[in-house]
Design a protein around this ligand. Structure first.
Ligand code: AMP
Length: 185
């Protein structure tokens, strides 16, 4: 890959119930910077989003946030000089995230994180893109998600080719190795 790759991270605006989630978010951000990739995220400072972005920034990475204007109060951006672009709504945010990124990483999060993960997975399912999607299964958080998708396939509501469209990483190191391989970094 000749141009600087961009990796989009989806994760919670909360911290979850264990410090391991924050540790993983910081390490993921730092690891993406270490790969020489741009770190793209939703632009908000709260929760794991802020941790991951700070991790990338503190490791010397380029951080780009895409924040819907109406979330500026609810999810204020980090006040640390990141490039934050204000977009009209959640839909433009997702469209921009998909267009600008070469790969997607899902760290533990809540319903917004699931929404973003399924947005990119269903777009892959429809052939809109073929970019790598990595799920970082910190503390086995995403076992249930993986089981749900496998159950959906078993019950005939999705094709088993979907399993080739996302990768379950056991942790941050595994996710970084998968990104490196997929993006040929
Ligand atoms: P959560 O995982 O619920 O903590 O949310 C993580 C991020 O997802 C936050 O920045 C939310 O603004 C964002 N988010 C929540 N709902 C949506 C949605 N429908 N589309 C796009 N992003 C969303």
């Amino acid at each position: 890959m000749t141009k600087t790759p961009a990796i989009c991270v989806f994760c919670g605006a909360s911290f979850g119930d264990k410090p391991i989630f924050s540790t993983a978010a910081v390490a993921m951000g730092a690891g993406i910077a270490g790969l020489g990739a741009k770190f793209i995220f939703g632009g908000g400072g709260p929760g794991l989003m802020g941790e991951a972005a700070r991790g990338a920034r503190d490791a010397g990475g380029t951080v780009e946030g895409i924040l819907p204007g109406f979330l500026r109060d609810m999810e204020p951006p980090l006040d640390t000089g990141e490039d934050t672009e204000i977009v009209p709504d959640l839909f433009v945010r997702k469209r921009e995230m998909i267009a600008r990124s070469d790969a997607f990483v899902t760290l533990p999060g809540g319903l917004g994180t699931y929404d973003e993960f399924f947005e990119v997975l269903t777009a892959a399912q429809l052939g809109v893109h073929a970019k790598p999607i990595i799920v970082v299964n910190v503390d086995s958080y995403f076992d249930a998600l993986d089981a749900m998708i496998r159950g959906t396939i078993a019950r005939g509501f999705a094709r088993d080719t979907v399993l080739e469209m996302y990768q379950m990483a056991t942790g941050v190191d595994d996710a970084l190795a998968r990104l490196k391989a997929a993006l040929r970094l």
